[in-house]
Design a protein around this ligand. Structure first.
Ligand SMILES: CNC(=N)NC(=O)NC
Length: 315
């Protein structure tokens, strides 16, 4: 089954998440971002979901506490059969980095207890600063995500393999459901931020950003320039900790959603997607779009860009 993965959370004047839960076009929704990382064990991360929260933070932190529409809508997305992942990093988090593996493992614990399955013994729905060091907050209250996405775009790869391995330890304790790990490397190989984690920890999905970097992009394939390197990414996966990782073609969902020159139209991208879908049936996972609202607003011949991509995957 080929999937459409979309990022949600950073769209201009974006609608609430439910709008996308009600559409059949996307299968995986990455909610972005946890855009500030812990500086040491015990330090809280920070978040940003653009217009979706009410501007309140957990006291003494940069972690948003009033994302009412997100926690109300996640259950409807999951009920509609979508996989909902929480994305860490993002394009604007230029200061993001982890100092060491211990901080990565702390970050994994924090994400699991705060955004994973709700456990009232270890996290509090009404978290206050007096609970620091005792209980974890619940930014999406009792709603839980299906895993975590690593959109690590800056400052190298320290701590991410340890973080992902720690998340896998938490995932193994669940009898309720499967949890996932995904990543969004840039197209040059090796990816400066994620190559170490891809080699040493188990990813389920990798959506390569075949945009914003000249030489290996989808636009290069369309223009006959550079070297679109999906084949080489299959090679990276076959040598990785999970040779069965599903590989997605990441694309901008509108002209404005990427740096100039990297947007390709549905007609332009159709031959590319068909070629690689057929060439790598074992590894091809589908298409990732940056991002949901841009795709929704990019209507071509009466269909959104996201719908066009879904049609290409299924026709
Ligand atoms: C500028 N950074 C981005 N556009 N980032 C992404 O597209 N991440 C999936």
């Amino acid at each position: 089954k080929n999937n459409v993965a979309v990022y949600y959370g950073q769209g201009d004047n974006q609608p609430r998440l439910k709008h996308f839960c009600e559409q059949t076009t996307s299968d995986i929704i990455n909610i972005g971002f946890i855009n500030q990382f812990p500086k040491h064990v015990g330090d809280f991360p920070g978040s940003n979901f653009a217009n979706q929260c009410d501007g309140t933070f957990f006291p003494g932190t940069e972690l948003l506490s009033g994302c009412h529409q997100i926690w109300q809508d996640i259950p409807s997305c999951k009920a509609a059969g979508k996989t909902v992942l929480l994305s860490i990093g993002g394009g604007s988090a230029t200061t993001q980095s982890l100092p060491d593996d211990a901080t990565g493992e702390w970050f994994a614990d924090f994400l699991w207890y705060s955004f994973g399955p709700y456990n009232s013994a270890i996290s509090s729905l009404g978290w206050t600063e007096t609970m620091l060091g005792q209980l974890y907050p619940r930014p999406f209250l009792t709603s839980s995500v299906d895993g975590f996405d690593f959109d690590i775009e800056y400052n190298g790869g320290v701590g991410y393999a340890a973080m992902i391995n720690r998340l896998r330890e938490h995932y193994a304790t669940s009898t309720e459901q499967t949890y996932y790990i995904s990543g969004a490397p840039q197209c040059p190989i090796p990816d400066a931020q994620l190559s170490d984690a891809i080699a040493k920890s188990y990813f389920d999905f990798l959506w390569v950003q075949f945009y914003n970097t000249p030489g290996c992009s989808a636009a290069d394939y369309v223009n006959g320039t550079g070297k679109f390197n999906f084949d080489e990414w299959v090679g990276v996966i076959e040598k990785s900790a999970n040779p069965n990782t599903k590989l997605f073609i990441g694309l901008p969902a509108s002209k404005a959603a990427a740096n100039a020159g990297f947007y390709v139209t549905p007609d332009e991208v159709k031959p590319l997607v068909k070629t690689y879908m057929d060439k790598h049936p074992k590894h091809f996972g589908g298409v990732m779009l940056w991002e949901a609202t841009a795709g929704d607003n990019n209507v071509i011949d009466g269909e959104t860009y996201t719908e066009h991509i879904k049609d290409i995957l299924y026709d």
